[in-house]
Design a protein around this ligand. Structure first.
Ligand SMILES: Nc1ncnc2c1ncn2[C@@H]1O[C@H](COP(=O)(O)OP(=O)(O)OP(=O)(O)O)[C@@H](O)[C@H]1O
Length: 617
């Protein structure tokens, strides 16, 4: 049997992937099986979060007992095919072949173009100094008193937060990375105040600033953190409150920032119609996929600053890409300043511990654009998560298990071998969800829904989100319910973007009866009332949300997180998945898992195929 047929019969391919291969076979019946299978796999790769298919590492896409062709003959056969373009380095893949073989990876043409355009525009932004940059030592010296008020520790050792703000004076592309609570938002707030002051000193208008995140929830969280940081700043001696007043009070989704067009994958803002802004700050950059990141960077005007914030240890975007990882690979460790920056910024931050070119930092293409924040500032007395998060991030299973079993981390609970939290902890969990139905107002119910979330690794199976949701809904209702029927107290999550409703993938709502007994589905929004109601039958696609997958919880935080891992290992499990789940918790964490599954998860990376790092280098 041909590889294509055996992949299709085993259920590995989606109908869409198979249809692409079939279409090529119809157009040219002589097309070799290796090319047809490659086409189907390139399509499946995009559907599985990869930018391309790697014939040398096919198991990154599919595991199981598949007899893969040898890499070199496969690549040769692809290279010789009329369906595959082989672009020269500068080529824009102008032919209309559906596939491109580039850097040993097989791409669907459109995704190779996204990757090429993203790399080119990122390099363009990085190479372009900010329009209102501080280039002279006089510019820098004039800002020194404010800088010292914003970053009083700047001259004491390696203050990475101060380094971020200082670098923003000279760099258009800035990558600010760090785990939860390392002060990314605090730092950005101070950086923006500094940029406002810089414009004022130059007699220019204050910079036009856009704050954005991939999901509505992440954007809300970003705006909330910024407001808190700003409230602290207003009381800081040496900081003029009028500077703080110039900062935006809200953040939007990236889709809204770029301006969606009805029934079009394009946005209102693009290279020809750039965003009318001077600074774009993007939070949760690890969640941004390849097409969206490409469209974002192309809409950033020349001379504007682009600041990407993210936690590199979190799961990559659900959709194709792993874009942040590719960019960071080209930026190095984020521990060094370039020689020029170090010299120009010495008046603000003193002599840096390390300058680019020092042993270890390497000649990365975007070196000098990244700052990795290291120190966590969240209070640890009530919730001591950091040691566990670090052990998981490092894939250190022995240490992770010792910490979980030791029971000494405040707020962290291990329920070893527990396969069903609804059996042993039914009262706590159902009690919480019942309280939502009894909340005084929809806004209150939605706020309380953020107090606890049960997270799973998988959608399907006995410990999957779907099955658990159905069981919880039955338990709350006290009877078996027709699938998807709304009921008073049902928590739900939108699963598609609907611009008409202004509801987006991942938005959480709750169904409550109004005074007349009619069910209304309520969602949080930025309006004065704080919520918007919909008739449940008029909602875009949605599903139950008492339990969500870790993937869907990216960009959100909850007071208490219950993480349920499956009983059997699965290729979906990885240290990034466990790390992302743990770091969603603000006060309390419950991990339900077996030693074997936890060890298997921590031994695996959520690896994605991408040519971005190579392209940027
Ligand atoms: N240099 C600092 N000194 C003291 N406290 C700080 C400092 N930087 C940040 N914090 C505090 O640490 C907490 C977390 O900061 P912040 O919200 O900026 O972190 P973050 O990295 O944006 O977090 P998240 O991962 O949730 O987005 C806040 O309470 C903030 O006030």
């Amino acid at each position: 049997m041909s590889l294509l047929d055996s992949l299709f019969r085993s259920g590995a391919l989606r109908a869409l992937d198979h249809a692409l291969a079939q279409a090529l076979r119809r157009l040219d019946p002589a097309t070799p099986d290796a090319v047809l299978a490659g086409a189907a796999l390139a399509s499946l790769a995009v559907g599985s979060g990869h930018a391309a298919f790697d014939p040398a590492r096919p198991w990154l896409l599919l595991d199981g007992t598949i007899e893969w062709p040898q890499a070199q003959p496969w690549l040769d056969s692809l290279s010789a095919s009329r369906w595959v373009t082989l672009p020269a380095k500068s080529d824009t893949a102008a032919t209309d072949a559906p596939l491109v073989l580039d850097g040993g990876l097989l791409y669907l043409r459109r995704y190779r173009e996204y990757e090429r355009r993203l790399a080119a525009r990122l390099q363009g932004i990085a190479a372009h100094p900010p329009a209102a940059g501080a280039t002279t030592s006089g510019d820098v010296a004039a800002l020194a008193p404010l800088f010292a008020a914003l970053f009083p520790q700047a001259h004491q050792g390696d203050d990475r937060q101060a380094r971020v703000a200082a670098l923003a004076l000279r760099r258009s592309l800035l990558l600010v990375t760090g785990g939860p609570g390392t002060g990314k938002t605090t730092t950005i707030t101070r950086l923006l105040v500094l940029l406002v002051a810089q414009a004022r000193l130059a007699g220019a208008a204050p910079p036009r600033i856009a704050l954005a995140a991939p999901t509505g929830r992440a954007a809300e969280r970003m705006a909330g953190s910024l407001r808190n940081a700003l409230a602290q700043l207003r009381d800081l001696p040496g900081v003029d409150r009028a500077l703080c007043d110039e900062l935006p009070a809200s953040a939007s989704t990236l889709h809204r920032l770029l301006g969606t067009l009805p029934d079009s994958p394009r946005f209102r803002h693009d290279a020809a119609h750039p965003l009318p802004v001077d600074v774009v700050i993007v939070d949760e950059a690890s969640m941004v996929d390849l097409p969206l990141m490409c469209k974002l960077v192309e809409a950033v005007p020349d001379g504007a600053r682009l600041v990407l914030l993210g936690d590199p240890d979190q799961l990559p975007s659900v959709e194709a890409g792993d874009v942040l990882a590719g960019i960071l690979a080209a930026a190095g460790a984020g521990d060094a300043l370039s020689v020029d920056d170090a010299h120009a910024l010495a008046a603000l931050i003193g002599e840096p511990a390390k300058v680019a070119g020092d042993a270890g930092s390497g000649p990365a293409a975007l070196a000098g654009h990244r700052v990795q924040l290291q120190r966590g500032y969240r209070q640890a007395e009530v919730f001591h998560l950091a040691p566990l998060a670090n052990a998981v991030r490092d894939g250190d299973a022995d240490r992770t298990l010792a910490l979980l079993r030791g029971g000494e981390l405040a707020g962290v609970h291990f329920h070893e071998d527990l396969a069903d939290p609804l059996d042993d902890h039914r009262d706590v969990l159902l009690g919480h969800w019942r309280e939502l139905a009894a909340a005084a107002t929809p806004a209150d119910a939605l706020a309380r829904a953020g107090e606890l979330r049960l997270l799973t690794a998988l959608r399907d199976g006995p410990q999957g989100a779907r099955g658990l949701n159905a069981r919880i809904e039955d338990a709350l209702l006290g009877r078996t319910r027709g699938n998807g029927t709304p009921f008073h107290g049902r928590l739900l999550q939108i699963t598609e973007n609907s611009y008409r409703h202004r509801l987006f993938n991942g938005d959480i709502g709750i169904c409550l009866r109004d005074g007349n007994g009619a069910l209304v589905a309520w969602f949080a929004d930025g309006s004065e009332a704080g919520v918007r109601g919909f008739h449940p039958a008029a909602l875009p696609a949605h599903e139950g949300a008492f339990v969500t997958t870790v993937h869907k919880a990216q960009g959100s935080e909850f007071d208490a997180v219950w993480l349920q891992l499956p009983r059997q290992d699965s290729r979906v499990l990885s240290r990034e998945l466990v790390y992302t789940a743990l770091t969603r918790a603000r006060r309390e964490l419950h991990v339900c898992a077996s030693e074997a599954v936890l060890r298997a998860a921590l031994s695996r990376h959520a690896q994605r195929v991408s040519g971005l790092a190579r392209r940027l280098a």
